[in-house]
Design a protein around this ligand. Structure first.
Ligand SMILES: [Zn+2]
Length: 159
């Protein structure tokens, strides 16, 4: 594995029912990497991603992917509401409205996807971002950065 990955457990998740893992919702955190982890671990926050990716590509695992993390809120995708049940939450540290994803962040995300893509039967149709599943309420990712990430996923895995 090219990028380091470590556990930084967040208590903000549900054990049952198990996560359906149909696809992925990407986010940006606005906060920095360490600040994001601290926030996800804070008892008051009640929010979490499955994984957060640092600008250098390092990944922190916050919630086991078999469990439902609380990243999407009120949301709808593929005709279904409540995306937390079926989309894993992958977040990039930083704010894509202010600065683009680093190459290492994109590569690390692809590496993370690679380990799951075939096994979980994923396709490009099941990749999205928070802005698209919560329109008017959320603005992550910046559209240009979503298009860049989507193109990178398509180039690596096809449609
Ligand atoms: Zn988000």
């Amino acid at each position: 594995m090219a990028y380091p990955e470590f556990d930084a457990p967040s208590p903000h998740h549900a054990v049952e029912p198990p996560h359906e893992r149909r696809g992925v919702c990407f986010h940006h955190t606005v906060l920095g990497f360490a600040e994001t982890i601290a926030f996800m671990q804070s008892p008051a926050s009640r929010v979490s991603y499955h994984v957060v990716i640092a600008p250098d590509g390092a990944r922190a695992r916050l919630v086991p992917e078999e469990r439902v993390a609380w990243h999407a809120g009120v949301s709808s995708f593929q005709g279904r509401e409540g995306c937390n049940a079926f989309l894993l939450g992958v977040a990039f540290a930083g704010d894509t409205r202010v600065a683009p994803l680093t190459e290492a962040q994109v590569e690390s995300a692809l590496e993370w996807l690679e380990a799951r893509w075939a096994r979980l039967g994923w396709s490009l149709d099941w990749m999205t971002d928070h802005r698209q599943i919560a329109p008017g309420r959320k603005d992550d990712l910046a559209p240009v950065e979503w298009e860049r990430l989507r193109a990178a996923i398509a180039a690596r895995f096809g449609g």
